[in-house]
Design a protein around this ligand. Structure first.
Ligand code: ADP
Ligand code: MG
Length: 699
């Protein structure tokens, strides 16, 4: 308990220092300080002489004799320069502050140990503001083989006298004085099975490792613990949901499903689609609420899976709702699904922001009296006026476009929540998915329908524009259609609009309307015009669709074979991948042309070359994650990912898997964590539930 005391109990931590630590580093209690891990370590066992240094050295220790000491005045003020030398060369130690004091402490011709970061200007090596001490062999002997922790700090912290040294000492004393308070949380079995060092050792070694091996073991153990508790929470939550949240069970697969499957299924399902349908079937048979995320790359065929799920729902005499993020997409789903419903004589409707009033009233009536079985639409479906007679299934397409709160509005339409299927074409790495969507079950369609030809992706600089146009003309003459997409980034809507319009004009000049028809589409158009343009393009009346990213998600026009992305360097990786997914949907050879400026940032280069290299959405997602970190990926904020102290979801994949295995093993035998051997785990869990930084509560 006493580790919960304020840090003001520490010797030398007065009111001021305590306040600064609280404010600057969020360290309030002794426990917080214990879990204030070093940012990095300096290997104090290695010593260099000036002639051994190369400029790439990080912070290092250098032994030499001070040969020269002088103050030089410059236009930015004075500086003190001391030359630290061996027989062959010297390195300059430089101070800009505290010059007089330092000068008075340094003796010429004495041997010193300096510590700091080496800079190189031309041939001149220097270390600004090094730590120095008189070289003392006896003293250094004891330090041999020890890594020194370097803690995160700020200027205010240092100014309050909380130097690295002071913090180091405080942590050291804390570890010594409170040794008894540091309790193991895992059972001996777990420690042994997963080869974890015990908690006391781990905490000691994360601050003061003797060598790299000890440090690695300590890190491993603590990362394991962090990931273990995160996943344990999620697993228990999921189990609880399965017990608590009842929904409608759909025991029957009947007339509608079977008739469609036997007579009207437009193609054979891929094995991946079949597998997912089975997983969904299993969910629907139970009376726990289905809460399933269907991940499948663009074009993997999620829509048909959604429709089959709807048919099962109708076989059990209940209604389904399907929500898409844009009107275009809702319309497209509606057209597709309606054509499949017609032979089965199932009534289906579409409701969006632009549905006419009379039509709206009609639809609202029909879903209220239950005669309409399927309602497709946009956010409009979330409105309170939309009342179903018996909503059994809610499907959300491109779910990352919706907020959690929005989604749950659909649930609230019944006293019993409907079964929920959310679909996304934005693949996220599995580890991340399990964490972000930890309380959803996950299905993956990891196979594209047969016959898809790979999309030939190329990168072209502006200077190659003419040959790109020539290529587009060839494709059009073969009867294909083309997308040309311009970036739209909300901060500069005006500018983007101008880009689009300029682009459109130049395209019109290049593709004169005696010969070519061009569609244009952007966010400023009303939905009626958008739908009209989409229709024209879909029916092949226009050959080129110039647009912003409004066509990004879901649009399916198999005859379109080329996707040209203008200023491709301005798009994110997942967006580029989404856009590319608009082509290659038919049997034609397809192309994606990434147009960019000559000058590209390193990141943009990586994005473009990755796109050219691979078409695997999951691989791209991994790359994206590595470049951007999980913070930017939807939903990570709520998931506790961003509060990891030591684990790193990007790089600790292996530990993630192993700790997940440990969690699964644990709850297999001890469902609610009630066994005596696991009492510490269950106690820790109870505390963790109070907040999301596990270390604050585990103690
Ligand atoms: P997405 O997963 O991106 O939503 P869609 O459901 O729109 O993909 O499917 C993309 C295209 O692939 C559609 O034209 C669809 O009819 C077709 N398709 C889906 N599944 C199969 C399959 N098993 N065999 C052949 N074509 C399929
Ligand atoms: Mg889709």
């Amino acid at each position: 308990m006493s580790l919960n005391k304020s840090i003001s109990y520490i010797n030398g931590f007065g009111l001021n220092r305590t306040k600064v630590l609280e404010k600057e580093l969020k360290i309030y209690t002794l426990n917080d300080l214990l879990y204030f891990f070093p940012r990095r370590y300096v290997d104090r066992s290695k010593f260099y002489t000036p002639s051994e240094i190369d400029s790439t050295s990080a912070e290092i220790q250098i032994i030499g004799i001070i040969k020269d000491l002088k103050i030089i005045s410059g236009n930015k003020g004075n500086r003190l320069i001391a030359k630290l030398c061996d027989e062959k060369s010297c390195v300059e130690l430089v101070w800009f502050k505290g010059i007089k004091w330092v000068e008075s402490k340094i003796n010429i011709n004495q041997k010193y140990l300096a510590f700091g970061r080496v800079n190189k200007f031309g041939n001149n090596l220097s270390i600004p503001h090094p730590e120095i001490e008189i070289y003392n062999y006896e003293k250094l002997k004891h330090k041999k083989g020890s890594f020194q922790p370097i803690y995160p700090s700020t200027e205010k912290v240092i100014k309050a006298g909380l130097t690295q040294k002071k913090i180091r000492e405080s942590v050291y004393n804390l570890l010594k004085d409170y040794k008894k308070e540091i309790n193991e949380v895992f059972s001996n079995d777990i420690l042994k099975k997963y080869k974890l060092v015990d908690k006391k050792k781990a905490l000691f070694d994360i601050h003061f490792p003797k060598n790299q091996k000890d440090l690695n073991n300590a890190e491993y153990r603590l990362k394991f613990e962090e990931l273990f508790f995160l996943q344990l929470q999620l697993a228990l939550k999921k189990n609880k949901r399965k017990i608590d949240l009842k929904s409608f069970s759909f025991p029957n697969v009947g007339k509608y499903f079977n008739e469609f499957y036997e007579k009207y299924l437009p193609f054979n399902l891929t094995n991946a689609q079949k597998k997912v349908v089975r997983e969904i079937r299993k969910d629907l048979k139970s009376n726990a609420q289905m809460n399933r995320l269907l991940q499948g790359d663009v074009g993997s065929g999620k829509t048909i899976v959604a429709f089959l799920t709807i048919l099962i729902c109708i076989d059990n005499d209940m209604q389904s709702a399907m929500v898409a993020p844009t009107e275009i997409l809702a319309q497209q789903h509606y057209n597709k699904i309606k054509s499949m419903c017609d032979p089965l004589k199932i009534e289906i409707g579409i409701l969006t922001g632009s549905t006419k009033k009379s039509e709206r009233t009609n639809i609202l009536n029909k879903i209220d009296n239950g005669s309409m079985k399927i309602l497709i639409g946009t956010h409009a479906l979330f409105e309170e006026k939309v009342k179903f007679k018996n909503l059994g299934l809610a499907i959300i397409d491109e779910q990352h476009r919706f907020g959690v709160a929005q989604r749950s509005k659909l649930w609230l339409k019944n006293t019993v929540p409907p079964n929920v299927l959310v679909m996304t074409a934005t693949p996220i790495p599995r580890t991340l998915a399990m964490t972000v969507y930890g309380d959803l079950d996950i299905s993956v369609i990891d196979e594209l329908p047969p016959g898809r030809k790979p999309i030939n992706t190329v990168h072209r600089y502006e200077s190659k524009r003419l040959s790109v146009f020539k290529f587009l003309k060839e494709e059009i003459s073969k009867g294909r259609q083309i997308y040309i997409v311009y970036p739209l980034i909300s901060e500069s809507k005006k500018l983007d609009y101008k880009d689009l319009m300029d682009g459109y004009e130049s395209i019109c000049r290049e593709f004169p309307n005696e010969k070519y028809q061009i569609s244009i589409m952007h966010g400023r158009m009303n939905s009626e015009n958008k739908a009209l343009e989409m229709e024209r393009f879909k029916n092949g009346i226009t050959q080129i669709m110039v647009s912003t990213t409004v066509i990004e998600v879901g649009v399916n026009i198999p005859n379109a074979s080329v996707m040209v992305i203008e200023s491709a360097e301005r798009f994110g990786l997942s967006q580029l991948h989404q856009l590319r997914g608009r082509v290659g949907r038919g049997t034609y050879k397809s192309y994606c042309i990434l147009m960019t400026n000559l000058k590209l940032s390193e990141e943009a280069k990586t994005r473009i070359t990755s796109m050219v290299r691979t078409q695997d959405g999951f691989e791209l997602a991994e790359i994206d994650l590595h470049m951007r970190g999980p913070g930017d990926i939807m939903g990570t904020q709520q998931s506790g990912l961003s509060t990891f102290l030591i684990a790193d979801i990007k790089n600790d994949n292996e530990i993630f898997k192993i700790s997940r295995h440990a969690v699964n093993e644990l709850i297999k035998y001890d469902k609610k964590i009630e066994n005596k051997a696991n009492i510490n785990i269950s106690n820790a869990l109870k505390k963790i539930e109070k907040g999301n930084n596990i270390w604050k509560y585990i103690g």
